[in-house]
Design a protein around this ligand. Sequence first.
Ligand SMILES: C[S@@+](CC[C@H](N)C(=O)[O-])C[C@H]1O[C@@H](n2cnc3c(N)ncnc32)[C@H](O)[C@@H]1O
Length: 432
Amino acid sequence: MDNNFLTVDDVAKTLKITRQTVSKYIQKKELNAVKINKNYRVSYQDFENFLSSNSMVSEPETLYLKKSRNCYLDYEGKSNEIEILNYKPLGYLKSINDENQSLPNKMVFGDNYYVLKTLLPKYKNKVDLIYIDPPFGTGLNFSNIENDLAYSDKLVNSEFLEFIRKRLFLLRDFLSDNGSIYLHIDKKIGHYVKIIMDEVFGYENFINDITRIKCNPKNFSRNAYGNYSDMILFYAKNRDKNIWNEIKEPLTKEEEIDSFPKIHPVYGRYTTNPIHAPGITIDGDTGKEWKGILPPKGRHWRYSREELTRLDDLGLIEWSENGNPRKMVFANEHKGKKVQDVWNFKDKGLSYVDYPTQKNHDLLKRIILNSSNKDSLIIDCFAGSGSTLLVANQLNRNWIGIDNSNQSFDVIKQTFKKEKIKCNFYEYVSID
Ligand SMILES: C[S@@+](CC[C@H](N)C(=O)[O-])C[C@H]1O[C@@H](n2cnc3c(N)ncnc32)[C@H](O)[C@@H]1O
């Protein structure tokens, strides 16, 4: 959606009706529209008037219902999506250093709601990946090891949910068609956030609820199971179009021993697989006798007989005592296993990090490698210590970071200096 006007397509998409139906509303003057460059455009105000006066079309509430399994989270102070998108702050971004104007990478100091609003016209549909690790609505203050306050997490309950929801609507519009968003949250509020995300992105675009093991097992005396995990909610802008690089996970030592129990003197751990597969070839090469044996009944050789001879000459076919040949498969050729939805990436303790709640860099590496490509643009608008930006930079991605904590800004500046990372720094100046 354009910052001032909705196109006919936008209206059709938002109301889940056809373009033709929208055109009819315009022709019958039920929906006010203006012609810009031969195309109809509808202002947000006119769209809202239309919604409130026309009982035939969905109210925003009904829109939520359609996207969120016919139910949604209701609370006092929940604002209308159109109002959120319509609101235009008057502030601007002031450059703090303009040394690297040619670089796409930016770190902006300010409240992300206003900063995102300001950046949206330029970066709409341009961002392939968003990772956010907002405050978790805990009501707590977070300080560094020297006890200097980094940030306050004082918004709780519905106020916290509305804070997140407003930002999610904006973030959705930054995402490219192949884009995706990962939201890191704890398990006290995370399930409410899931419902909000269904409302914003559509439940059909939900991909995973990843359980992240965040610390060592707990041994408290409360009558409860140790809570050593939090959650990462993963959504696509468009399910099945999202960038997905299928990054595999190496086997653990135990899994390797289990899957490759034998040891070859030169090539190391291996197992053996049959060289035949189900199905018969009537006249083909893979149904014929090889080294005096035929494939078992109803089966054919997995490889051509020439290939089998080549493998055997290389010593890669193992013959059992009763003359059964099997192909040797080596652990060092294994491509890794599919990553599941429980991740073990513990965070370091406060004395080992630059910023409280700083996240594990390997966790971010997995997300960035899987869900973005080289030169993709990534946003983290709760940047904290800048861990997402740092890892994105190491992996040759472009990025935009936002945070409103002085300490975050100091830590990021110091880290970037140390790591020789160049970017443009800005601050949001409010003139409202
Ligand atoms: C949990 S921390 C992020 C930690 C980060 N993922 C890391 O690895 O270092 C949340 C961050 O959100 C920032 N934050 C909270 N509200 C904000 C807002 N309205 N605009 C910008 N940043 C905000 C806080 O200052 C804090 O740095």
